[in-house]
Ligand binder design. Structure first.
Ligand code: AMP
Length: 394
């Protein structure tokens, strides 16, 4: 099927052609007609499936009617992280570049004044993180009373990051009569409650079945002693000639230490996490995308929403203590039909995390001991002192 069949305006088709998109992805095939028809939508879909265009294209089409008077914000897209907000904002600008619609992105950690000026000049589509949006609300520098379309992107992650109260405050500021779209990679009871609370008879679509991992990702567990993980990682990178690797650690400190170790081993690496400034994170991501950095070490929160096309390798240097994060992490590879490889280095202390992940996936993962890195059977497991979901439910 082609994009023409949706009846999108020629300005959008032109932008898609310039982007080299020849046909819609599965999530786009399902979502675009629903959104165009004005229905609410509950979509199970991960980053990398083309979900952004799945809501942005029909949104642009619905907003593309002449609006009399000053431009109010008519579409609001909420995202959990700055990076994702920036990426979604770029998509809106790209797909809408031949349309007379204005969009902007607002997030925290940067000066608020330029944002105020842009909002004052009139914006049709606003992409925002919840905290900074509420700052604008309290300063009365944004008016949300004319919003016709609301998108919650990566809603599961927004809840994980403790944004539920902010989301509820924002929902209360919007007109009752509006279209709501909710995208989420996983569906916990909390997401279902949120969705039930504000979606009106939503159409439901699911692209990758929730809580399952993309078929195109090969997943391997390498059992190894915790003190030999660094050595094994460098060995794998060299012996397998991996060129672009996203590596996950559980903590910010762990990310820093590992990046330093890789650099000592002659691997160009950088860490990306919440303690780094926005400009440092943006630079590390750009260096990684352009190949100046071979290995990017990230925590779950920092990696969320990173748009890196066709990432071939994801390494779980440490397993996440929240099993859904495993699904998110490996969703970074095997994108858009490419086969990806997800490798997890698992020590004896992480057996419980592994068991929870396998329970969520409803299958056991292949275990492969790398010769020379056999775990020492004399080592006894020790508990990992990180309270489960310690910062998730605030
Ligand atoms: P997303 O899941 O929205 O983050 O999109 C993942 C990547 O797929 C982005 O880099 C998009 O530019 C790209 N993409 C989205 N739709 C298409 C399409 N129909 N054809 C080719 N690439 C696409």
């Amino acid at each position: 099927m082609s994009f023409e069949e949706f009846g999108l305006p020629k300005e959008i088709l032109r932008a898609l052609e310039e982007e080299g998109y020849s046909e819609p992805t599965p999530v786009q095939r399902k979502a675009i007609p629903i959104v165009l028809a004005g229905f609410d939508l509950l979509a199970g879909s991960q980053t990398g499936t083309g979900k952004t265009a799945g809501f942005v294209l029909p949104m642009l089409c619905r907003l593309n009617v002449h609006f009399r008077g000053p431009r109010p914000v008519r579409a609001l897209i909420l995202t959990p992280t700055r990076e994702l907000a920036a990426q979604v904002g770029e998509s809106v600008a790209t797909y809408g570049r031949h349309l007379p619609l204005k969009s902007t992105v607002i997030f925290g950690g940067v000066n608020i004044n330029p944002q105020i000026r842009t909002l004052r000049s009139g914006v049709d589509i606003l992409v925002a993180t919840p905290g900074r949006l509420l700052d604008h609300v309290s300063q009365k520098t944004v008016d949300l009373s004319k919003v016709q379309i609301l998108v919650l992107d990566e809603a599961d992650r927004m809840l994980d990051m403790g944004f539920i109260h902010d989301i509820r405050k924002i929902l209360a500021l919007l007109p009752k009569d509006r279209q709501n779209l909710l995208f989420s990679a996983t569906f916990s009871d909390e997401i279902k409650r949120l969705a039930d609370g504000f979606l009106k008879s939503p159409k439901k679509i699911e692209v990758t079945p929730s809580n399952s991992t993309a078929e195109s990702v090969s997943q391997t567990i390498h059992p190894v002693d915790s003190k030999r993980k660094k050595e094994l990682l460098s060995f794998l990178i060299f012996s397998k000639k991996w060129k672009q690797i996203l590596i996950f650690t559980r903590t910010k400190h762990g990310a820093n230490k590992l990046a330093q170790h890789l650099v000592q081993d002659g691997i160009a690496a950088a860490a990306i996490h919440g303690n780094k400034s926005q400009s440092a994170r943006t630079k590390a991501l750009a260096d990684f995308k352009e190949g100046r950095i071979q290995a990017l070490v990230a925590t779950d929160i920092a990696a969320r929403g990173l748009d890196i096309e066709q990432l071939p390798h994801v390494v779980n240097y440490e397993l996440p203590n929240v099993p859904e994060d495993y699904v998110h992490r490996i969703g970074r590879t095997g994108r858009a039909g490419c086969v990806g490889e997800a490798v997890s280095l698992v020590c004896i202390d992480e057996q419980l995390f592994l068991r929870d992940i396998e329970k969520l996936l409803k299958r056991s993962l292949t275990k492969e001991i790398v010769p020379g890195f056999e775990p020492d059977p004399r080592i006894k497991p020790e508990p990992i002192f990180q309270k489960r979901q310690n910062f998730r439910r605030r």
